[in-house]
Design a protein around this ligand. Sequence first.
Ligand SMILES: Cc1ncc(COP(=O)(O)O)c(C=O)c1O
Length: 445
Amino acid sequence: MNIHSKSNAPVLDSYWMPFTANRQFKAAPRLFTAAKGMHYTTDDGRRVLDGTAGLWCVNAGHGREQITRAVEHQLATLDYAPSFQMGHPIAFDFAERLAALAPGSQDNKLDRVFFTGSGSESVDTALKIAVAYQRAIGQGTRTRLIGRERGYHGVGFGGITVGGLVNNRRVFPQLPGADHLRHTHDLERNAFTRGQPEHGADLADDLERLVVLHGAETIAACIVEPVAGSTGVLLPPKGYLQRLRDICTKHGILLIFDEVITGFGRLGAPFAADYFGVTPDLVTTAKGLTNGAIPMGAVFASRTVHDALMNGPEAAIELFHGYTYSGHPAACAAGLATLDIYEQEGLLTRASRLESQWHEAIHSLAGLPKVIDIRTIGLVAGIELASRPDAAGTRAYEVFVKCFEKGLLIRVTGDIIALSPPLIVEEDQIGEIVSVLGDVLRQVS
Ligand SMILES: Cc1ncc(COP(=O)(O)O)c(C=O)c1O
């Protein structure tokens, strides 16, 4: 079947694609039909190097047979079982394995795990747990949620409420009472940084401003991405996250790290909480949890948060929340096999071994036309381009299409290029990413 031909146009019509310019895409589709290791294969048989781990999720690379076999076996054994007032062993097994790896310090591990089906569900779950926790400890007036400008927390109503990307918000109503910290992106003072920027720890004090404005007794939780990914790779200034932690503790506000992207080795430690040495109260995850193979998310909660909700009569359901697919057996099987691979291949810390080479390679693009900033941390890079007058986003989009044509998958948001290859990336492939991207950047006007 030739999917490009006009006669086959209806084949493309029915699928309403997410976060896509549907009409533009369908006029000139880009289709992957297979993937293995670091590469995709297109419908016309070309190999494309994956510079983005799919959508920040395929941390162990594509087509991992261990995962395939585990899922096959699970589907053949127990395809589905309800998780409401019923259980199945593999969900408990997976939660125990995750608890052992959980973010947090030795004496404060976030080792209570609530399963969801995606990052968006993890975010809404964490926000609801935070509000329920406050009520359980007698702080029922604390219902306000604080996010941050330029934050991305998925697309549920909770997530867009605390999120800070205007296009995701402008059409939709949001939960009442929420507010936002200022973002930490400061090109004037922090351009071309490797690792954490020097300037901006004081931006955490914005939370104090919101406490003064609203009253601490109205605020349930503050959620941030330790490293903001989808908004274009924004890094936390040195000291910023610890300061946010201190302010939250001082005012009884729960701190939530959204680690949907940073969880499972992206920065060179299992979680960003470990990498930065700052322990939040709740951590949201998804993506790398199952290597992207089966949709799944997980919220990690501290015992303090969890135990506060384990009160009341034993026969009472403690949290009126959950999903049909919470703890789905096939997803748990994929997750367990994924953890095995991470462990066997040392992938959760591999980014730390590649980081300096990654910094060097990516920063070699500095000085190319229109590049106004490059920022790198772990195995993540953001390359910011100057926008064309009156045509924001078109330059980076052109770079994206040209890279795809030359066999490299990158991700763009506005005029920022984001790179986050699978954690199995080899040094020569980092070289290839930089070489293709450099060629394209030289071509695009
Ligand atoms: C930080 C963060 N939170 C939440 C989400 C939403 O995840 P999902 O698309 O699985 O709902 C994403 C997705 O990119 C994300 O980057």
